[in-house]
Design a protein. Structure first.
Length: 138
């Protein structure tokens, strides 16, 4: 069995963003040479997420509004975690959206359903963060 590992780095200028990273993960798969196996993609920071969904701007807008209703950024004083910080909401948003995805690799391709894409979700941006891509298989 072969194993491949790569870190993708992001520095989002805004507090929150959704970035389609499907192409970068596909490039990792090509580099790995793996034809059959599994690809794990996970956020390596507690205030960021990796998830699979549709690449549709209306949906991303709706996610942003929904997450802000569930875990509003302000008032920052509403969170005990925010003593000296202001990112408690980002931790909660990450918990909702998830840490990682696992995608089957079949015939050297990510084995997606219709419209599925991989996204990096940033909830406390303005600094450098990483995503791990780990691919195993034959």
């Amino acid at each position: 069995m072969k194993s491949y590992r790569k870190q993708l780095w992001f520095e989002v200028r805004t507090r929150r963003a959704f970035i389609n990273i499907t192409g970068q993960v596909q490039q990792c798969l090509r580099e790995s040479g793996i034809q059959e196996g599994l690809a794990l993609v996970n956020a390596m920071h507690i205030t960021a997420s990796v998830f699979i969904n549709d690449d549709e701007s209306g949906l991303h807008h709706d996610y942003d509004l929904w997450l802000e209703k569930l875990a509003p950024h302000e008032p920052v004083s509403a969170y005990r975690h925010n003593v000296g910080e202001d990112n408690a909401d980002a931790h909660m948003k990450r918990q909702i959206m998830g840490r990682e995805v696992v995608v089957a690799v079949t015939g050297g391709q990510l084995d997606f359903g219709t419209w599925e894409q991989i996204f990096y979700g940033e909830f406390d941006g303005r600094r450098r963060k990483r995503v791990l891509v780990k691919i195993i298989g034959e």
